[in-house]
Ligand binder design. Structure first.
Ligand code: ZN
Length: 165
């Protein structure tokens, strides 16, 4: 018998539960840590296990990070930022130097690509950390959106328990 999504979902913790941490979270600090692609809770552990793959649990403090739902917000934000950098520069260069079309292509396409690839991780990390600081989605222990860890991901606590003889 296989487990359904409903059966795997964690029951929401009640506000009276002693394990529920209700301390306020600093949005500014979480954003700063996101800018360095670090865990919002401790600021030490890496937020990503690969380029844009958020680690399910912080390898330093064990914070559950799989609750994030950044979805397509990071590329949207990156397009907005990169567009506001590249387009004014393109217009300025066109007005001042009047380069040929191939000159524009040789300049702006690589710049747009590099800026986008460089900005995506910190922008995604800032959005994930913002969700954590605002207790959005599963970051709120009482949220009905709260889900069980993804298959294959084990919390540091369960790993240490299984490693014991
Ligand atoms: Zn951490």
């Amino acid at each position: 018998m296989t487990m359904t999504e409903t059966e795997r979902a964690l029951p929401p913790a009640t506000p009276a539960s002693p394990a529920v941490d209700r301390r306020p979270r600093s949005v500014a600090e979480a954003l700063m840590r996101g800018g360095h692609c670090r865990c919002p809770a401790c600021g030490t552990g890496a937020l990503f296990e690969r380029y844009l793959k958020v680690t399910p649990f912080c390898d330093h403090c064990g914070e559950a990070l799989y609750h994030q739902r950044a979805d397509d917000a990071p590329p949207y934000m990156v397009i907005l930022v990169v567009g506001h950098i590249v387009v004014p520069l393109l217009v300025l260069v066109e007005e001042v130097f009047r380069p040929p079309v191939w000159g524009h292509l040789a300049l702006w396409l690589p710049l747009t690509l590099v800026l986008s690839l460089v900005l995506l991780p910190p922008v995604k990390a800032m959005l994930v950390n913002l969700q954590w600081a605002l207790r959005m989605h599963g970051f709120d222990p009482s949220s009905p959106e709260r889900e069980a860890p993804p298959p294959g991901a084990q919390s540091p606590a369960s790993v240490s328990r299984t490693a014991m003889p």
